[in-house]
Design a protein around this ligand. Structure first.
Ligand code: PHB
Length: 362
């Protein structure tokens, strides 16, 4: 019997050749005027098309959604057209690719927003450092979103999903984790609202379901994935409290009402062993609640990835950092070839170095 990661998987109606998923990775190579992807980016994804599924780097759904330098967008015609380079390159190699739809909310900075304040559920400064080409800057107090701002952001995600289909993607992943805009709604530490979008867990999660309900009007539900990070503490200014796990239990249980492509969960990015109210075993807990396809991420190896599938806690495993220096990661895992180490200092720098120059060895 081959190891589970090397077996096929039927993702609703999409056949994946293996269960080794390329996790979304910010790489900062998009052009810096129109935030379009380039031939170099298409080559990077082409090299990694042996993954059962690629999930692209986070791609902002609007000008207000950006929080890092040279990240791609998926809101303009030109950006949509440019993404066809990527989808064609991956499909020509027999790969599959979803785009991650991203809005950073309060983790942006006026530097990226033409001097405007970032948008967020509430006017609470995350007290975080924001990376910019001018160096690290202190975050600011964001603007509390009005009801029409909320409607507008939902619409931006929907238009982005429709653009993604036009660009030839197999589906989209809604980035609702890691302290970005949607996660900011879920968490009491960043959401002090007293209207229908704040207070109870039902209210804090409302935007997610309104967003999916609108999105399924333009793309099939089985082409939508959702990403959540329930239990990282002091990561991207999110803190765990007594509401955290009940909120995610509610959110994830309610996602059962949708036949999503998958739910993508992260094991904690930070050590939560001493953090009150935290859940250290995300796949284990949520396999008990979520009935659909479950993808798990963060810190897995070939062995631990096979084990979590064998144990019945996940269907798919997403690998991030290992894909940076190992374009042929699937073949290396198959062959037992040692993995190369990435050059951290090249994670976000322009050009091919530390990006498309890692060799295939299998
Ligand atoms: C990052 O660029 O550091 C980053 C981006 C998106 C994430 C997490 C981290 O979801």
């Amino acid at each position: 019997m081959p190891e589970k990661l090397l077996t096929k998987f039927n993702l609703r109606d999409i056949e994946l050749s293996n269960r080794i998923i390329m996790a979304p990775l910010t790489r900062g190579r998009a052009d810096n005027t129109e935030n379009k992807v380039t031939d170099l980016i298409a080559e990077y994804y082409r090299q990694r098309s042996g993954a059962g599924l690629i999930i692209t780097e986070g791609s902002q759904v609007s000008k207000m959604g950006v929080g890092y330098a040279n990240t791609p967008g998926i809101y303009s015609k030109e950006q949509t057209e440019a993404w066809k380079l990527v989808t064609k390159a991956v499909h020509d190699e027999g790969g599959r690719i979803f785009i991650q739809l991203w809005h950073v909310g309060r983790l942006s900075h006026p530097y990226y927003l033409n001097g405007e304040l970032p948008l967020a559920p509430s006017a609470i400064n995350p007290n975080h450092t924001i990376r910019t080409p001018e160096g690290e800057k202190s975050s600011v107090t964001p603007k509390e979103m009005s009801l029409s701002d909320i409607k507008k952001v939902i619409d931006e995600f929907v238009v982005a999903a429709s653009n993604a289909m036009e660009a030839g993607f197999d589906g989209v992943e809604i980035h609702s984790s890691n302290g970005y805009l949607l996660h900011q709604f879920f968490a009491p530490c960043s959401n002090f609202r007293t209207d229908n979008y704040g207070g109870s867990k039902e209210n804090r999660c409302r935007i997610m379901f309104e967003l999916i309900d609108e999105m399924v009007k333009v793309i099939p539900v089985n082409r939508i994935g959702v990403r959540l990070n329930p239990s990282s503490h002091n990561y991207h200014a999110m803190t765990i409290d007594e509401e955290t796990i009940p909120t995610f239990d509610y959110l994830i249980n309610k996602l059962n009402e949708y036949d999503l492509a998958y739910l993508h969960l992260s094991e904690p990015f930070t050590d939560v062993s001493d953090v009150p109210y935290s859940e250290p075993n995300i796949a284990k807990r949520y396999r008990g609640i979520y009935k659909g396809n479950l993808m798990i991420n963060n810190g897995f190896s070939f062995d631990s990835g096979n084990k979590i599938i064998d144990d019945g806690f996940a269907d798919l495993v997403a690998f991030g950092v290992p894909f940076i220096a190992n374009p042929d990661l699937v073949n290396r895992m198959k062959a037992g070839t040692p993995l190369a180490e990435p050059k951290r200092e090249k994670y976000y720098t322009p050009g091919a170095e530390g990006y498309t120059d890692y060799p295939e060895v299998t």
